[in-house]
Design a protein around this ligand. Structure first.
Ligand SMILES: [Zn+2]
Length: 429
């Protein structure tokens, strides 16, 4: 957790203040990690790492688009020695692969990745959901703080595929070694945030690039934007592999590198132990017949891990992880027979309104709830009106108010952005 600092007179930072403090991770800077290893942090949605070799360079990940890549190229300045002999994609995500053409220039570098990157299909479920946007791409600057693992994701320079270059060297199996420009790189298949993730290990420099298997936040195993669960057990195994390397420097795909063997070990171990704890608690709860709604109230990181600076819920959230694991292991049904065939929401809403005395009476309760800060309840109440009349102006206004307050209570950037984008849509449309 970040150091407490006085901002509201209580000495305890608000969630928004904590999230804003994270922006220190995204200040644009080329960081001199180790001899011949330079990380460009904060210029794009993800980091680009330059490895200087004999008579040429290797580039690991390429930023989100050609505009960002060009800025990074200029920031590297004289450190960037052509020809580029190789580019490594740690994984397929567009913020890591969108600037390759700029770094390649006329050099025709070998482009390395794991076989599963080539076979990967775009992640399903990326469409808009209720007008929400976890990356906050449509939020005005005054409301936007960051996107959790990056300052912004496609707000100013959209992610495009025009800078992507197809891989030329693909490896199968657990690992491969490439010797190029006097550098020896071990590429290790380490499924985690994505199934194709590759960690790059440069043993003689003690430098490990974990791709997106590690970033300074509780990982986003079950994102709001609607994806399959990112499988937890392989991710834990990948972290075990990386811990075993005893790296001196950890150059993450996002945020500032971590240096010092003890610090790297502590960071990777916190991740592994946190994931394992939440997985085991959730599986244990499932065996005891607990529902997802019960489990999110029960599953907690042990205090030492909950305080770890690497496990704060800026990007992923423990409760979403619990729900994701539950759905993955036992499916959609929580065990309560009432839920086998529930009433359609409009039918339920009509009955609730009749019971409570009509729309105005219900909105009166919702207004009181907003006024006393009981905003989740207010949003749940108002939904009974909106499911029958999505244009009801008072209901929309009340829900927007509730969502804005829920956003302010969030340290999680993706939830904050989602709440705020939905609030704007309710006020606008
Ligand atoms: Zn990433």
């Amino acid at each position: 957790m970040s150091e407490p600092h006085p901002i509201d007179g209580t000495g305890v930072p608000t969630p928004a203040e904590r999230l804003r403090a994270l922006n220190a991770e995204f200040v644009p800077q080329v960081i001199d990690v180790a001899p011949g290893v330079f990380a460009a942090v904060g210029f794009s949605a993800s980091n680009v790492t330059l490895l200087q070799g004999d008579g040429g360079s290797v580039v690991v990940d390429t930023g989100a688009n050609p505009v960002d890549a060009q800025a990074i190229l200029e920031a590297f300045g004289e450190r960037f020695v052509r020809p580029v002999r190789a580019i490594v994609y740690t994984h397929n995500h567009p913020d890591h692969t969108g600037g390759a053409r700029v770094f390649a220039g006329e050099d025709a570098p070998a482009i390395h990745c794991h076989r599963t990157l080539v076979d990967a299909r775009p992640e399903a479920g990326r469409g808009p959901r209720f007008g929400g946007d976890a990356f906050g791409t449509a939020l005005p600057d005054a409301l936007f703080i960051n996107a959790g693992t990056q300052l912004e994701y496609g707000r100013r320079t959209p992610h495009t595929r025009e800078g992507f270059l197809l891989p030329t060297h693909v490896f199968d199996g657990p690992q491969t070694v490439i010797d190029i420009a006097g550098l020896r790189l071990q590429l290790i298949h380490t499924p985690g945030e994505s199934p194709e993730n590759v960690a790059v290990w440069i043993a003689d420099k003690g430098v490990l690039l974990p791709g997106d298997d590690f970033y300074k936040s509780w990982p986003n195993l079950a994102p709001l934007r609607g994806l399959k669960l990112r499988p937890v057990e392989p991710w834990i195994a990948s972290l075990d592999t990386m811990i075993g390397l005893d790296a001196e420097h950890l150059v993450q795909g996002h945020m500032r590198p971590i240096s010092g063997r003890a610090a790297v070990r502590e960071a990777l171990s916190a991740y592994r132990d946190g994931l394992r704890s939440v997985l085991e608690q959730t599986l244990d709860g499932i065996r005891r017949g607990r529902t997802p709604d019960e489990l999110v109230q029960e599953v907690r990181l042990p205090p030492a891990l909950a305080a770890s600076p690497y496990l704060q819920e800026y990007y992923g959230a423990v409760s979403w992880t619990v729900r994701g694991i539950y759905a993955d292991v036992v499916g959609w049904f929580d065990g309560n027979p009432t839920g086998i065939s529930p009433l359609p929401p409009p039918d339920r809403a009509a009955r609730m309104l009749e019971m409570v005395g009509g729309v105005d009476a219900l909105l009166g309760h919702a207004r009181s709830a907003v006024n006393r800060g009981d905003v989740q309840w207010a949003a749940e109440l108002v939904d009974h009106v909106l499911v029958l009349d999505e244009h009801h102006p008072t209901a929309r206004r009340l829900k927007a108010e509730a969502l804005r307050e829920l956003a302010e209570r969030q340290v999680n950037a993706t939830a904050r952005n989602y709440y705020l984008t939905c609030a704007l849509a309710l006020e606008r449309d």
